[in-house]
Design a protein around this ligand. Structure first.
Ligand SMILES: O=C(O)CCC(=O)C(=O)O
Ligand SMILES: [Fe+2]
Length: 248
């Protein structure tokens, strides 16, 4: 089944991703993929959170055959390889559903090979029903990923501005760092380098659920703290994902 509509992601787009740390592909997901994803994410949402070690909300592909099938989908792997080059591994698949009233997420960044820029780690967010900036919206700091700082944390925009961002510039342009709040239409895919500073605004009380799942891939070479998969899943045959499930 087609996952993506036709799109452009060549050298120019890759350069923007490398400069800013994120790149949005608006409306990339096909209608049928959006329908399948919504159903799958609703199934995950309705599952009990009994097993604290392996919650479906975090090991999402292990709990849903459709989400599992996308790990090795040729169009997703092609996109991941346009970003990372040929040698890639699967890292994680996490449901990021946010119901009305969800508090969003504080500012943070993630680790991977912090001292080795030749090893990349990309998050591929599927924003199935999109979002407005003030309603479960993703926000970013363009250029922040170039610091490769895995431990950015802030409780609010102002705390980030006064704290980690203070005095820092976008290494590519020399301009002061700034917060960018995204708004994206349904079916949008956002690529993000793992060291990018990012946070999520609260979902409005009366809004419907923001359906979202992230697929993360990386170049092999280092341990990965976010690699949420069970040993059984690592060795499970998944079509298209042969050779991609191991750490190294
Ligand atoms: O919910 C989101 O939009 C972002 C979640 C996030 O920070 C992540 O998966 O790393
Ligand atoms: Fe994150």
């Amino acid at each position: 089944m087609e996952l993506f509509r036709p799109y452009a992601f060549g050298d120019d787009e890759r350069a923007v991703l490398d400069r800013d740390g994120h790149f949005a592909l608006p409306g990339l997901l096909t209608d049928s993929a959006c329908a399948e994803l919504t159903a799958a994410l609703a199934r995950i949402q309705s599952m009990p959170r009994e097993d604290e070690e392996h919650p479906p909300q975090r090991f999402s592909a292990e709990f849903d055959a459709y989400l599992e099938s996308l790990i090795g989908h040729p169009q997703l792997l092609d996109l991941a390889r346009r970003v990372l080059g040929p040698e890639i591994r699967y890292d994680h698949c996490v449901a990021l559903n946010r119901e009305g009233g969800n508090q969003g997420s504080r500012w943070h960044s993630h680790e991977y090979a912090d001292d080795d820029p030749s090893l990349g780690f990309v998050r591929v967010f599927f924003y199935v029903n999109g979002f407005e900036a003030d309603d479960g919206g993703l926000k970013v700091v363009p250029g922040s990923h170039l610091y490769r700082d895995p431990s950015i944390h802030a409780d609010s925009d102002s705390a980030l501005t006064r704290g980690w961002m203070a005095g820092k510039v976008h290494p590519a342009s020399g301009e002061p760092l700034r917060i960018e709040e995204l708004s994206v239409p349904p079916g949008t895919v956002v690529l993000m380098w793992t060291h990018a500073a990012h946070g999520v605004n609260p979902r409005r009380e009366k809004s419907d659920t923001r359906w979202c799942v992230v697929y993360a891939y990386r170049n092999p070479g280092r341990e990965s703290r976010a690699r949420w998969l069970t040993p059984a899943f690592e060795t499970k045959p998944i079509q298209g994902a042969e050779g991609l499930m191991s750490l190294y």
